[in-house]
Design a protein. Structure first.
Length: 483
């Protein structure tokens, strides 16, 4: 988890990357979500100092106070900060009397948690990275502003279209947790899957494997040539789900992933989950994982993979930008949906996880919420979207923005993977509904231990189901379900 958002890393993704994102960071720190929970629960501060709403006009549909201060804090990860700085310059041009404070950091939670507690948060936050604040907690404790006014405002380019009508399918729904209100705007559009070098695959005289028997055959062939089949971010094994979860959905159907997201009893004991975990464990058992992988962070694993030490890497589309300095020009960067088990799988080959990444939020106690939303409206213009795609090799939530741009290999492959998937796109929600459960418990203590060979698939399932059951019974956690 971009982040999650992933990537995240975050998560999510992931939140990710200093992470799921989503993308990327060095020297990551894992911060328990309970700190945020207690801080948000205290909810200090008041509405003093809120900017007065400005006059609504065709050019200022959100009624931004044109002389009010606007503060924007960005996660400084795999996508960098230049795209945001460019969008900030447009805001400054449109509101020349306004004071704009922009900052980028990898320490989102430790930097901003005290400010939420004091009732003095920034006006716009890219809540991503390893220190991503728990989205479920923020929503559950009423810490975020509803973004519906932004979504219903005229789009930046075409006043005849609302902002919501310019977004990719699923973006609005991802920002919803428990009703119609939209709490999060995921700006990047991330394709998760198995990333590889087409050149390396060609050197083995192989095509991407569609079944698990074919996957094992390709990995054995690579092993004989001195190349590992797989590597991954061993220190942050919540990257593994980027390919494992869509495989579970392919094998067992969407309902299996929904049951996992819903924290249903025995969801992790479904035969499809068991079969997929056993398949991944076989990669370890047969020696197809790059030696030392459990000790590698995301940058180290990506670097080893880019240098040809491993063939396959579970990751998100931020990897092309994050690893640009180590991926050779003739690498032939490509992404595929995960291999399935066999012809009995519920969904066809091509089933992939793609969703919004880089979660942007406007705090409920922001002094200038209209300004924060206007900054997002600017970022959702065609020009800003194209600027992001050109600079960071990733799609945005804006449904378009690629015309006239020469797509990079990874981006081109991601677009092709989405076209192949058609309607078979899955979107697991654990990484934004339950960040701590997904990253620290399922990812590190469950899947990470299994892939390092320290526990068996059966033990991992028992352990993970226990974590999910604990979360389901925890009354201090707000629970969410697929509608």
């Amino acid at each position: 988890m971009g982040s999650t958002s992933a990537e995240n890393h975050g998560p999510a993704g992931v939140g990710r990357r200093d992470l799921i994102k989503r993308s990327a960071a060095l020297g990551l720190v894992s911060v328990p979500a309970m700190g945020l929970l207690s801080a948000c629960a205290s909810g200090g501060g008041d509405k003093q100092g809120k900017a007065k709403t400005g006059k609504k006009t065709a050019k200022n549909p959100l009624g931004v106070n044109d002389s009010a201060r606007m503060e924007f804090v960005l996660f400084d990860g795999g996508f960098g900060k230049e795209y945001a700085e460019d969008a900030v310059e447009i805001y400054k041009k449109n509101f020349p009397q306004a004071t704009v404070k922009f900052a980028a950091t990898q320490k989102i939670q430790s930097t901003l948690q005290p400010r939420f507690n004091q009732g003095n948060p920034p006006d716009l936050i890219d809540n991503s990275g390893a220190e991503q604040m728990d989205m479920g907690v923020l929503v559950g404790k009423d810490q975020l502003a509803d973004l519906t006014p932004l979504l219903d405002a005229p789009s930046y380019d075409d006043p005849g279209k609302k902002v919501r009508d310019t977004l990719r399918p699923g973006i609005v729904e991802m920002g919803q947790f428990d009703g119609d209100k939209v709490w999060i705007l995921y700006y990047a559009y991330t394709v998760y899957g198995v990333w590889y070098s087409q050149k390396a695959l060609d050197s083995l005289d192989e095509k991407y494997p569609e079944t698990w028997d074919e996957m094992l055959k390709v990995c054995e062939k690579a092993k004989k040539k001195g190349m590992a089949g797989w590597t991954y971010a061993g220190k942050y094994p919540y990257y593994i789900p980027f390919s494992l979860y869509p495989m579970i959905g392919k094998v067992g159907g969407r309902e299996v992933l929904d049951a996992i997201d819903n924290l249903e009893p025995n969801a992790w004991k479904h035969p499809a989950v068991k079969a997929c975990l056993e398949a991944y464990y076989e990669l370890y058992r047969k020696g197809y994982i790059l030696k030392g992988t459990p000790g590698l962070d995301h940058i180290q694993s990506q670097t080893a993979w880019a240098k040809g030490k491993a063939l396959f890497l579970p990751n998100g589309s931020w990897v092309e930008n994050e690893s640009a300095n180590v991926i050779p020009k003739d690498f032939g960067l490509a992404v595929s949906a995960p291999s399935g088990l066999d012809a009995s799988d519920k969904l066809p080959f091509g089933t992939i996880w793609a969703s919004g990444g880089e979660p942007f939020v406007v705090p409920a106690k922001a002094k200038n919420a209209e300004g924060g939303m206007e900054q997002l409206r600017i970022m959702l213009s065609e020009a800003s979207s194209k600027n992001f795609t050109s600079k960071v090799k990733s799609l945005t939530a804006y449904n378009g923005g690629t015309d006239g741009i020469e797509l990079t290999p990874g981006l081109k492959s991601g677009v092709a993977a989405l076209e192949k998937a058609g309607g078979n796109v899955v979107n697991p929600r654990l990484q934004d509904w339950y960040v701590q459960l997904q990253k620290e418990k399922i990812g590190v203590a469950g899947l990470g231990e299994m892939m390092a060979g320290r526990i068996t698939p059966a033990e991992a399932i028992k352990k993970i189901q226990g974590f999910a059951d604990e979360a389901a019974k925890d009354s201090s956690i707000k629970h969410y379900k697929h509608q």
